[in-house]
Structures are given as structure tokens and as C-alpha cells.
Design a protein around this ligand. Sequence first.
Ligand SMILES: C[S@@+](CC[C@H](N)C(=O)[O-])C[C@H]1O[C@@H](n2cnc3c(N)ncnc32)[C@H](O)[C@@H]1O
Length: 504
Amino acid sequence: MAEGIHFTVLTLFKDMIGSCMSTSIMGRAVENGLISCDVVDIRDFAEDKHNRVDDYPYGGGAGMVMEPGPVYRACEYAKGLHPDKRSRIIYLSPIGRTFTQDVAKELAGEESLIFLCGHYEGIDERVLEMEVDDYISLGDFVLTGGELPALAVMDAVSRLVPGVLNNDESAGDESFEGNTLEYPQYTRPEVFLGKRVPDVLLSGHHANIARFRREKSLIRTMERRPDLFEKVELDKKDRKFLKEYEESKHRIFVKEMIPGVYLLDEAHAATGYLVVGENRACVIDTMMAAADLGETVRKLTDKPVFVINTHGHPDHIYGNVFFDEAYINPADIPMAEEFFNDPRFVEGCEKAGATVPPFKTVKGGDVFDLGGKTLEIFDFPGHSPGGILILLKEDRILFTGDSINHHLWMQFDDCPSMSEFVRRLDGIMFLEEKADKILHGHAQDFDDISLIRCVRQGAAEIAEGKTENDPPYRYFEGVVKQHPFDLEPGKAYSQIESVICYKN
Ligand SMILES: C[S@@+](CC[C@H](N)C(=O)[O-])C[C@H]1O[C@@H](n2cnc3c(N)ncnc32)[C@H](O)[C@@H]1O
């Protein structure tokens, strides 16, 4: 790699280059003599008395083309600036090879790089043939000029020149090293707007940290850049990890919470439950159908099984395909049917030869006797118009779907106002007398029943406008707000951080 490198930029817009080359790390590198940069105005080489450097294209067509004469003279001048150095003239252009970290490494081995920046429709082909050694594109898009690509290339090349980055900035396991994208980075504070830094990074256990980073980096590369991932060299540990990761996406983790009540966790994305009575069994919410829920349930019980959906969102109903009988509140049927008509879901069903059973309806006051286990339904519209709560009477467990949880989504258009929601929460508060614990639709464990009261407190604060410090919350439909709410001390919850998301 070169000890220092000289850049020359041939441009019609000198100011664009000057300011970047005198700022931040590049500016410091220039000051320290590690890189140097001349900026040459192509217009200075015009022979036309109006300093004109462009003309209409032969053969017609839109736009203007930069004339060969001024570009030729500018290139020759640039080569003469450092006759002692080997230099390469690079034309920045969408027709060039795509710029990558490997190309940056290659260029960092040169002594002098001359960047030719086009404008308008480009540059007369003849002078390109005569002068240009290399064509580089920043990517498959068209910019108005070559200055930004030239700066991007100079920046990426400069940071590879020894001494340009100091220790704090130094390029360690950066993206593209070993064809992987970089792992996620975190700095203080430990908790930001309710999001914690992964525990392993605070552990001080270097081997575990290195493994965590490697695994994150592999997943990122695989999911975001499959083209790059094909080139990654995987060792035994990597392959084992990736195999398990892929399998976990299509696996349901089963946990027996109490005799006859199972938590069914589909890839940590959504949770359903199986309640097994003496005569029949009920699946409460069926998740995304990423894994065969029917098979999982059959391994746990041979009783006839039916489904109750707490609401009609896809991550609670798609697995209905594995069963013959499913109940839902009628107010959520239109939404659920819309999700069932999603082309990706339809295609998946067609491939698997699966069909969704027609909905039967359920409403507040309905009771399902499973034999020794009784499920009672309570209407609780809020998170969705047809949301229901299901009380397992004998075991005093309340299944709340997504209606009561630690990350309550109340930002949808069909959600009630916060004050109306508070009123509805008041209407179910009597359930504190009937249940001790909650199992919600994304839980890994029990929550104390007081979670309802805590949600009510948070909702009331929003309704009263105590929201000055509420941070934004980004989800797949846009950005809304999130209001943190407190949990009660001394009670057991499945999670600590708790927010209600809402529209302003
Ligand atoms: C409007 S562009 C000309 C595009 C040209 N007519 C074409 O279709 O390929 C003007 C100048 O911007 C620069 N430029 C535009 N997109 C670029 C990219 N993706 N990579 C590198 N340079 C680019 C080139 O120097 C080019 O001459």
C-alpha cells in the first residue's frame, strides 16, 4: 500500500471538491501530508472565448456533451503535475466497473490517481479512448456529475492509506472484510429509549463477544446481501450456527406452563397457546404458519382440537390452516379475510395444498368447556375492533393476545382514542379478581395480572397529554410515538421495558 497518495480531480465545479478535502479526516490527512489533492478546472482549458466546454451531440439527442479538446488538455496538464509518479486516469461514469472495497484496496496501491468528472450527458468518446485508464461507477444510478463519485472514491481510498485513520477510527472488522457486512455497533447509554444493548456486549467475555459479532454479521450478510454471502468462507462453527438459525425460523418452541397449558413460541416472533382439557383441546392463536403447528399440537394431545383467535392479525391467524375449526370475534373477520387474501399467503397455501377453515364467531360471554378446563370469552376491542380476552377459569390465567402486553400497538386507524381505551380498560379491571396471571401473544412467560392496571396507568397518561418526552416509534407503516409505562414493584413480569405505541 502506498505511503501517501496524490489525487487530482478534473472538474467543472471545483468548489464541490475543495470543501470536502479540507474537512474532517480527509482534511487532517491532507494537513499531515498523507494525501494531497489538486483540483483542476477543465474550463481553464477551453479555447472558446466564452469558456464554453460543451456542445450538441452528433446524431442528435437530448443534452450536451463535453468537448474533447478541453478535457484532453486538462488530462495532459494533470499528468504533468507529478511526472515522477505513476498515475492512473479514472473516468467516473455509470458505464464503469462498480466501485467496491476491493477496488478501493486496489487503488490505494497507486501513487497518483486522476479523477475525470463528467457533466451533462458525458464526455466525447474519443478523448476517453485516448486518456482514460479505468472507468469506475458508484452504482447503478445516474448522478448529475462525477464529483460526488470522485469524492466517494477518494474517501474510501484515503482511509486505507497508513496513518490516515487514528486508533479510535481504525478500520477493524469492517463491512466487506471477508465478504461480510459489519455486525451492529452500540455505545452508551446502556438503555436508549427503552432499547437495551445486548447483554453479551456488557459481559467482558471476549470470545463470546467475538462469536456474537460473527453471527450477527453472518445473518446480516445472508439476509441483506445474498450476493456477498455466497463468497463468505464459513467454518464449522458458522455452518452449525446458520443451520440452527434457519431451523429456528421454522420451529415452534414448546413450554409446558402448568399441566395442560402449553406455550407455543414460533421463532420468537409470535406466541400461541394450547389448553388441553379432558375431552378436547383449544389452540389460542396460531401464529404465522412458518412452522407446522398442526404437527406440534398433535404431538402434545390426541384430543379433538379447535382454535380461538384473540384477534385477526396475520401473526395470530395464519396457522389456522392446520386446523378444521376456528373461532373469532365477527368484528375482526373482514381484516382477517383481507390477510388471508394476501397473495403471498395464498401462494403458500396453494403450494402446501392447505385451506383456511371458515370462521365461526365468538363473543363476550361465550364459554367453551374442554373438560376440567373452562374458557370464558370477554370482548375487549382496542388493539383491534374484535379483540377478545380468554379466561381459563380453573387455572386463573387470562390470555390477552395483543390486547394487553408490554409493547402495546394502539396506533392503528381502527384503534379507539386513548380516553375511550382507558374507559374500556376500566370495564375489564374486574378480571383482576378472576385471574392471577396473563399470557399474551408474544410472551415467553407469565405476567402478573397487574399488567392490566399498569397498561391502564400508561394509557391514562397519554389521554391526559403527559407525553412531552415520548420518543418516536418506527414500525412497518411509518413513525408514531411510544409512551413508556411503569410496572408494579415486587410483581413478576415476563419483560421489564413496557410501552404503548400511539398516533399523535
Ligand atoms: C448525467 S451523467 C451522464 C450519464 C450518461 N449519459 C449515461 O447515461 O451513462 C453526468 C456525469 O455524472 C457522472 N456520473 C453519473 N452517474 C454516475 C455513477 N453512477 N457513477 C459514477 N459517475 C457518475 C459521470 O461523470 C457522468 O459523465
